[in-house]
Write a protein that binds this ligand. Structure first.
Ligand SMILES: NC(=O)c1ccc[n+]([C@@H]2O[C@H](COP(=O)([O-])OP(=O)(O)OC[C@H]3O[C@@H](n4cnc5c(N)ncnc54)[C@H](OP(=O)(O)O)[C@@H]3O)[C@@H](O)[C@H]2O)c1
Length: 329
């Protein structure tokens, strides 16, 4: 089968090559999936570039331990392992495999059955592959950690990215007023997806405006904890999903101390993969949520697309159609 392979960390267009590898055979608790579509995530950029350096503790100190990137997929089951009983050959599925590793930038993958969710027929393969990682992060940040409530005033920093564009749609289900912060090129799209107010971070620092929020969802974590504290209402919640590592550590540490002396909360999301994807499918059928797709692009474009992701120029989720001759619905 064809796969996108790399042996050393570096610039995606330099280190990633298209190669041929054996189609894997599923272990007892695994299924073999023919991949129809995949999407690019932050983790792929981190894995291929080997940055930030701290991540190499997980990915391999000098060389990557995993040689095929990719964590999100949609496709069809072609074989099942001996103890798999909830899934069968021919099921259309999607999922996030980041709990178990990487490898979706290939024509086939064997994955643990826990990484696989059955896809409703209303959702195309292209739409489905955008959902598991970014939607789960957005939902867990707003609902499980942020305790979102009806009609709140919410701000999403980095609102024009994969997570932010799902988060705003979830927040609108709760009837919230949502402000999004991102670069000027993304503001029109953000308004069309549901943001009530948009802020260009190159012009305005939202933490210096005189506006307070019930909930701040941060996809970038590029300010100090004291700046975030300033824009939280008295019982406000700040939830980060990630960002600059030094700022992230400082926000989590200082946030705990601030929470001891005030009702303001500062928390970090630890993603639980593939949780509540049924909720996405329910909202999708009710036309309350949609995937924002950049693409679809061809398999051969993946090295260039990871570079494109790294520069932050994508709008929504970058989707790759894996098999040109596959049916896409
Ligand atoms: N907690 C967990 O378990 C977990 C698991 C996986 C991933 N993550 C985190 O999830 C995040 C990825 O989210 P994503 O997929 O939405 O990323 P994304 O698609 O790259 O979106 C980030 C957005 O932030 C914008 N941005 C850049 N600089 C900014 C600034 N100074 N102020 C405001 N916005 C800015 C980017 O736009 P421009 O570049 O055009 O400016 C981009 O639109 C990462 O932080 C990652 O670490 C967390």
């Amino acid at each position: 089968m064809k796969a996108i392979i790399f042996e050393n960390y570096g610039a995606p267009e330099k280190v990633l090559k298209i190669g041929e590898v054996e189609i894997p055979i599923p272990k007892d608790n695994e299924v073999l999936i023919k991949i129809y579509a995949t999407a690019i995530n932050d983790y792929d950029w981190n894995l291929v570039s080997g940055k930030p350096l701290l991540y190499r503790m997980m990915f391999g100190l000098l060389k990557p331990k995993k040689n095929i990137p990719g964590i999100e997929f949609s496709g069809v089951i072609e074989r099942i392992g001996g103890v798999v009983d909830e899934l069968k050959i021919g099921d259309a599925v999607f999922g996030d495999i980041s709990e178990f590793g990487f490898g979706t930038f290939a024509e086939y993958i064997c994955v643990n059955e826990k990484s696989v969710v059955k896809k409703t027929k209303e959702l195309s393969f292209e739409e489905a592959t955008t959902v598991p990682h970014a939607f789960a992060l957005a939902l867990q940040a707003l609902k499980d950690i942020g305790q979102i409530k009806k009609n709140q005033k919410i701000l999403i920093n980095g609102g024009g990215g994969g997570v932010g564009l799902f988060a705003v749609q979830i927040a609108k289900v709760y009837g919230c007023h949502v402000t999004g912060v991102d670069s000027s090129e993304k503001l029109e799209l953000m308004k069309s997806v549901g943001f009530d107010t948009v802020i260009d971070y190159k012009i305005t620092n939202f933490t210096q405006e005189n506006v307070a929020y019930d909930l701040v969802l941060d996809c970038k974590t590029n300010q100090s904890v004291f700046a975030y504290k300033r824009v939280l209402k008295d019982k406000g919640n700040y939830v980060t999903i990630g960002g600059q590592l030094t700022k992230l550590f400082s926000v989590v540490l200082w946030g705990k101390i601030i929470s001891l002396f005030s009702a303001k909360q500062f928390q970090l999301v630890g993603l639980q993969q593939n949780k509540e994807l049924d909720y996405f499918m329910e909202l999708f059928k009710q036309k309350k949520i949609k995937s924002i797709i950049d693409g679809p692009y061809l398999f051969e474009d993946i090295p260039r697309l990871i570079q494109y992701f790294g520069k932050g120029k994508h709008k929504g989720k970058i989707v790759i159609k894996m098999n040109v001759d596959s049916p896409m619905d």
